[in-house]
Ligand binder design. Structure first.
Ligand SMILES: NC(=O)c1ccc[n+]([C@@H]2O[C@H](COP(=O)([O-])OP(=O)(O)OC[C@H]3O[C@@H](n4cnc5c(N)ncnc54)[C@H](O)[C@@H]3O)[C@@H](O)[C@H]2O)c1
Length: 257
């Protein structure tokens, strides 16, 4: 295996692994030798993913975790240490998108939900992952293009993902001396269930949705899950040892306008 993509023996924790980026990343890291601690609020979904990966010979534990609860986030780290003896890689990926509406229609409850899951989930994750990473570790937080610029009709999501960027940069500068690097990815719309599902695509027509959402993109299309996960792998690569505190746009050039 090319050493740049060889994760043999690394212990990798991934939240939100029952679907989308998390599910695909688990398979990619696992087939490259990582031992996995995967979780999701969807207990049945992550168990199914776990069984499918185990059938391919991947070593893992799969369990339920609601990232908005600190005790659940701590339990995931404890599980990594107890099962595999430590933690090398953590991917704080779990997240939710709100219903689309204007800022003035956005409710406090929506704001609370976004901050409880998308912000506190990353905060609780890092708070417990960092002490478990003994001498070196890498954390990848999943932010969004909505964390780098304005995102009309998803005020609460944009606010939450900007907060993820702030958490990422702060942890990166605070823990670099301990050998822990922290980066974030910031994808544009990508065809995972978050985007193709009912919430964002009530008509159920993915081609129409892509034409509509992709019209403002230089590439005139949305991202594919594999395209995002490939970049996640690159940022986690054992060869990527000097990147720290970065927010990587994966957006077909949208941010270049
Ligand atoms: N798909 C996109 O266009 C896009 C773009 C930018 C950023 N993102 C971000 O990527 C991440 C992954 O999303 P995805 O596109 O793979 O969507 P997805 O809906 O396919 O997967 C998200 C997973 O997170 C889980 N989850 C939701 N709430 C949770 C909680 N409280 N605790 C634990 N797990 C929880 C869900 O059950 C689901 O399995 C999210 O943080 C999302 O905001 C997605």
């Amino acid at each position: 295996m090319d050493s740049l993509l060889d994760f043999t023996g690394k212990v990798a924790l991934i939240t939100g692994a029952a679907s989308g980026f998390g599910e695909l990343l688990a398979a990619e890291l696992g087939t490259r030798g990582a031992k996995l601690v995967i979780s999701d609020i969807n207990a049945e979904g992550v168990a199914k993913v776990g069984e499918a990966l185990k059938a391919k010979g991947i070593e893992l534990v799969a369990s339920a975790c609601d990232v908005s609860k600190e005790s659940d986030c701590q339990a995931q780290v404890d599980l990594a240490v107890k099962t595999f003896g430590g933690l090398d890689i953590a991917v704080n990926n779990a997240g939710i998108a709100p219903a689309q509406m204007s800022l003035v229609d956005t409710t406090e409850a929506m704001m609370d939900q976004q901050f409880n899951v998308n912000v506190k989930g990353v905060f609780f994750g890092m708070k417990h992952q960092i002490p478990a990473m003994q001498e070196a570790g890498i954390i990848l937080n999943v932010a969004s293009m909505a964390g780098l610029g304005g995102a009309p009709k998803v005020t609460s999501y944009a606010a939450a993902k900007h907060a993820v960027v702030g958490l990422t940069k702060t942890a990166a500068v605070e823990y670099a001396r301990k050998g822990i690097r922290v980066n974030a990815i910031c994808p544009f719309f990508t065809l995972t269930p978050m985007v193709t599902g009912n919430n964002m695509n009530p008509g159920g027509n993915v081609e129409e949705l892509e034409a509509f959402l992709g019209r403002g993109s230089p590439m005139k299309r949305l991202g594919r899950p594999q395209e995002i996960v490939n970049v996640m792998l690159m940022t986690l690569s054992p060869g990527n040892t000097y990147m720290n505190g970065q927010t990587i746009a994966i957006d077909g050039g949208v941010s270049a306008f």
